[in-house]
Ligand binder design. Structure first.
Ligand code: SF4
Ligand code: SF4
Length: 471
């Protein structure tokens, strides 16, 4: 018998108590210091407990804070990841309707820069038909209770015929099989209209995620049109037109230059009449390709095997949807917590920063489909063709099979030793590891971010929960 490796704790100094959480069972308790000491004593092999302490220990055991052995923790973890991967409860399909984009974001290699849009692939109706047939095959094979269909890009609303076709046909397929369908759209919001929402609602439109990268001035700098024109006012106006019809989430990508403008954005959103309709507001750092500074006078050499251009085609907006995807900078870790507190302070719902994963790359029945029918392990890898894991037409190609095997083996957390956050982190965002560390199987660690989020969660729990255990 010993304390679980997934126990985390936050001392609540002002109450002389301790917040305990087990990241595997998700049990959360506020206990007296004496009870926390019992955990430590059991860990040190001291089993001479009083009757009261034995009772407290039983409650801790029931909630997973005490386990049989370290091996049992490890066994349970392996089983959890296996079950998470193989779960048939939900089928998730993300479709990139196009890689074209009407924005020229300064942090994105794609979008309306140069002649990118002229060559960027757009899904044809013929391919959409094959995507729908393939999806029907998956619905029959998996028999899920629910399905999530997400439209993404590029900018997904630049290809409405494909989006409407797929929404209608998949809705019919799900309805015929008694499967609940939820449709999501991740868009820059410029082309979002009430007509689009009205047309998709009967098919199961669940939510629309729109990106605002800071206050008006900052957003207009970060996400302009090709000619440099700002997009903030039009996007906000579009949100205003549809916020009463469907769930709108606001996302945002920040870096050192833009992070300080977010409180002003939050103030602005709070003042809008649609503020209380917003389903979620959550910001994350921008993933950037790791690029060495090139000293003047050097001839650049490209190392064979580096990742080249990560995210080469899919919109950088969504990479790291778990918000655990970010750069290596601890400054940004601190800023995530800071922005979360600012968001909560204005009464918006947001992510808590602890319950972040594992993300969908670890699920067998989660697929991302590019505009040409190529399949990817997650939206963050879409568009980098060498990472394609298959094709909806079932073609057998050695290089795709090899990529599929690489993703099948993906288990960055195995290098995380005894980290207590493994069940909610799984080694971090693989796209960020691929992009920043040139190895998707390496952990992309943001432990300080988990720790500060945990502290915030503990203090919130302390405000809401009565003490559960006293020694
Ligand atoms: S690997 Fe990163 S981008 Fe892909 S689903 Fe996970 S968090 Fe999102
Ligand atoms: S990446 Fe870091 S925080 Fe995440 S499980 Fe590994 S060691 Fe823990």
């Amino acid at each position: 018998m010993q304390p679980s490796m997934f126990n985390v704790r936050v001392p609540l100094e002002d109450r002389n108590e301790v917040f305990l959480m087990n990241t595997f069972t998700d049990a959360q308790l506020i206990v007296s210091r004496d009870v926390a000491d019992v955990l430590d004593r059991v860990g040190a092999g001291d089993h001479a407990l009083s009757a009261e302490e034995t009772e407290a220990l039983a409650t801790l055991q029931e909630n997973g804070f005490i386990v049989e052995s370290r091996e049992s923790d490890r066994r349970q973890l392996d089983q959890f990841f296996r079950e998470f991967r193989e779960s048939c409860e939900q089928l998730r399909v993300t479709v990139l309707t196009t890689l074209q984009c009407n924005f020229a974001c300064d942090y994105c290699l794609q979008g309306d820069h140069g002649d990118y849009n002229r060559h960027a692939v757009k899904m044809s109706l013929e391919t959409a038909e094959r995507v729908a047939s393939w999806t029907e095959g998956r619905l029959d094979a998996v028999s899920p209770e629910s399905m999530v269909l997400t439209f993404f890009g590029g900018e997904p609303l630049l290809n409405l015929p494909v989006l409407y076709y797929l929404a209608e046909r998949v809705a019919a397929s799900c309805s015929a099989r008694g499967v609940r369908l939820m449709i999501n759209i991740i868009t820059n919001g410029l082309l979002l209209t009430p007509d689009i929402v009205d047309r998709l609602l009967p098919f199961g439109l669940n939510g629309v995620k729109v990106t605002l990268d800071g206050d008006r001035e900052t957003h207009n700098r970060m996400r302009p049109l090709r000619g440099g024109q700002g997009t903030f006012d039009r996007i906000v106006n579009n949100i205003r037109q549809v916020a009463h019809k469907c769930r709108i989430s606001i996302g945002g990508n920040f870096d050192e230059s833009s992070v300080d403008s977010y409180p002003a954005l939050l103030d602005f959103l709070r003042e809008q009449e649609f503020a209380d309709k917003l389903a979620k507001v959550a910001f994350k750092p921008i993933i950037r390709e790791a690029r060495a500074q090139k000293p003047k006078g050097y001839i650049p050499l490209t190392a064979v095997g580096t990742s080249g251009k990560p995210l080469n085609g899919s919109c950088m907006t969504a990479a790291g949807t778990g918000t655990n995807a970010c750069s290596n900078c601890s400054f940004l870790d601190e800023k995530i917590s800071y922005l979360r507190e600012e968001t909560i302070a204005r009464g918006f719902r947001t992510v808590d920063g602890v319950h972040m994963g594992p993300c969908e790359i670890h699920k067998r029945h989660a697929h991302t489909i590019g505009p040409d029918g190529s399949m990817y392990a997650c939206p963050g890898f879409a568009g980098e063709s060498t990472t394609s894991t298959g094709h909806i037409d079932g073609r057998e190609e050695e290089w795709r099979n090899r990529a599929a095997e690489r993703f099948e083996r993906l288990a960055a957390w195995k290098e995380c030793n005894d980290c207590a956050f493994i069940p909610v982190c799984a080694g971090g965002c693989s796209v960020a590891s691929h992009s920043e560390l040139s190895d998707m199987n390496k952990p992309n660690c943001h432990k300080p971010s988990f720790e500060s989020s945990l502290a915030a969660l503990a203090h919130q729990a302390a405000r809401e929960m009565a003490p559960a255990l006293a020694g």
